[in-house]
Design a protein around this ligand. Structure first.
Ligand code: TYD
Length: 203
């Protein structure tokens, strides 16, 4: 039996972190064995690439090559082995983020990203993707209150509007896998939407 692969997506400031914890708690209460991880990152090598990615200036193609290199290591060492053991993998961002940020945000060619995804994922897609969708203006206000911005978080409203549109395109391309969460709702409201989606699947 192969485990479930659940990913969490959205623009910076959408508020997904709190809800990843809640999903983990919900699934643990039901007795599941869980792996919680993130991208870029999740292995020693991929975390090193994450540091470079977040703090060095580079063009869109270099970004894409770095995040997919990190993903390759992560899939091979962590995600695929956990799923093979029947564990549930909760991953904070995955390939949809590359389509959204490098594709939508940086204008990288969609087909090039599809080729990279095909090489790296070998046909393995998430079983469920929560897309925390929020107005980029609301997200910017939340970010300003929450923390010091990293390189990508400093980008402007136009950038995040393009990222959001690319998430919408990914959701249209894979409607069975995506669940759109209205992340402009209160924390409790968002939590209810997330739990409902799990309960709809009997998870
Ligand atoms: P995230 O972990 O959400 O940042 P934080 O810990 O600050 O909440 O994501 C890190 C950044 O990397 C985020 O701005 C999105 C970006 N990113 C890409 O541009 N492409 C990718 O493929 C991934 C996975 C992330």
């Amino acid at each position: 039996m192969t485990g479930r692969f659940i990913t969490f997506e959205g623009i910076d400031g959408a508020g997904k972190s709190t809800h990843i914890e809640r999903v983990a708690q919900h699934l643990r209460e039901r007795g599941g064995s869980l792996v919680q991880t993130r991208e870029p990152g999740g292995t020693t090598l991929a975390e090193s690439l994450r540091t470079l990615f977040l703090h060095q200036d580079m063009d869109g193609l270099t970004e894409a090559l770095l995040v997919f290199a990190a993903r390759r290591d992560h899939v091979q060492r962590v995600i695929a082995p956990a799923l093979a053991l029947g564990q549930t993998v909760l991953c904070d961002r995955f390939t949809d983020a590359s389509f959204a940020y490098q594709g939508g945000g940086r204008g990288m060619d969609w087909q090039v990203l599809q080729t990279l995804a095909g090489w790296v994922q070998q046909g393995r897609e998430p079983d469920l993707t929560f897309w925390f969708d929020v107005d980029p203006q609301v997200a910017a206000q939340r970010r300003a209150q929450a923390r010091e911005a990293d390189r990508l978080e400093q980008l402007d409203l136009d950038f995040f509007t393009r990222v959001r549109a690319a998430y919408a395109r990914r959701a249209e391309e894979a409607p069975m896998r995506f669940v759109r969460i209205d992340a402009g709702d209160s924390i409790d409201g968002v939590g209810r939407q997330v739990l409902q989606a799990l309960e709809d699947r009997g998870w």
